[in-house]
Design a protein around this ligand. Structure first.
Ligand code: CP
Length: 313
């Protein structure tokens, strides 16, 4: 692949390749050394048009640990504020010869469009409600490490599915790896036509969580609700917030995940989120750095191979 724009175009063996290489970077990150040279001599630009803590910090660390020159564009202070378009901004940065562009944007499809205009590798760090591929990959690595496998598991994704790029990328990835995916949430937060994705849909937490191996909670994405129906947080927590009582319907060894940022007392009880016997939320953050190192390493190998071919021609 020349870019990482989504999970959709990836085949199961490609997903396994990224996860296998990520394992090596988990070991490196836990060592005293922490540094490699897979991106030495390359320039990585991070363009975040939407707020981020985990994704931006981990892409920056990943690039620096692998020897890239990393630049974080402060989009709030850029000429976008003077009316420059996304494409003109991308073309301007492209003229400075970056090798890797990491882009987060509030509009679905914006990162794909940008990738068509530049001649470097583009990584989607989340576009609207479309895809967040590195989140799904880090979730997959977390599940594989906690459960010892990434197939034939029953995984419940709960909450605001309609506005979630994390849910979409995870559904795609988990199906490619032959897992059963259940979606649980109020009908107002389920996208139309979701049954076509080959998932089971539940309105009731107790029913949906019964005997699952993995419980993945999602945040209410109020910023994407466009003035539509926003449930009351109190009512939402009562029906859909994950607490000990609801978790008891899942398997005894079921793990609890959340991509963050979390709203404690809305979609998840704070004690469950902090329970080191059930919650792998901090592992997800750790895996994020390793997965982003692996993704950029593999794209850089492809970039270098293509450039060598061009020189030979
Ligand atoms: N999970 C995730 O994308 O978190 P950030 O918005 O903090 O990057």
């Amino acid at each position: 692949q020349s870019h990482l724009l989504g999970i959709e175009p990836l085949a199961a063996p490609e997903i396994s390749t990224i996860l296998d290489l990520s394992e090596r970077y988990v070991d490196l990150n836990r060592s005293n050394m922490k540094h490699g040279d897979a991106l030495a001599g390359l320039t990585q630009i991070n363009m975040f048009f939407e707020n981020s803590t985990r994704t931006q910090a981990s892409f920056e660390l990943a690039g620096k640990r692998l020897g890239a020159d990393v630049m974080n564009m402060g989009m709030q202070a850029s000429s976008i504020k003077k009316g420059e378009t996304l494409i003109d901004t991308a073309l301007t940065l492209n003229a400075m010869h970056p090798d890797l562009l990491v882009v987060r944007h509030p509009h679905s499809g914006a990162v794909d469009l940008l990738a068509q205009k530049v001649n470097c590798a583009v990584l989607n760090a989340g576009d609207g409600r479309h895809e967040h591929p590195t989140q799904a990959l880090l979730d997959a690595l977390t599940i594989r490490r906690a459960k010892g496998r990434l197939h034939r598991l029953s995984i419940a994704i709960c909450g605001d599915i309609a506005h979630s790029r994390v849910a979409r990328s995870n559904i795609l990835l988990l199906h490619k790896m032959e897992n059963r995916v259940r979606l649980i949430g109020p009908p107002t937060l389920m996208p139309s036509g979701i049954s076509d994705f080959g998932v089971e849909v539940f309105e009731d937490m107790e029913e949906g969580l019964r005997d699952v191996d993995v419980v993945m909670m999602l945040r209410l994405q109020k910023e994407r609700m466009d003035g539509g129906f926003i449930p009351s947080e109190r009512e939402y927590y009562f029906r859909y917030g994950l607490d000990a009582e609801k978790l008891a319907y899942a398997k005894d060894d079921a793990i609890v995940m959340h991509p963050g940022p979390m709203n404690r007392g809305v979609e998840i009880d704070g004690e469950i989120a902090d329970d080191i016997n059930r919650s792998v939320i901090q592992d997800q953050v750790e895996m994020g750095v390793a997965v982003r190192m692996a993704a950029m390493d593999l794209l850089a190998r492809n970039l270098r191979a293509n450039r060598t071919k061009e020189v030979m021609v």
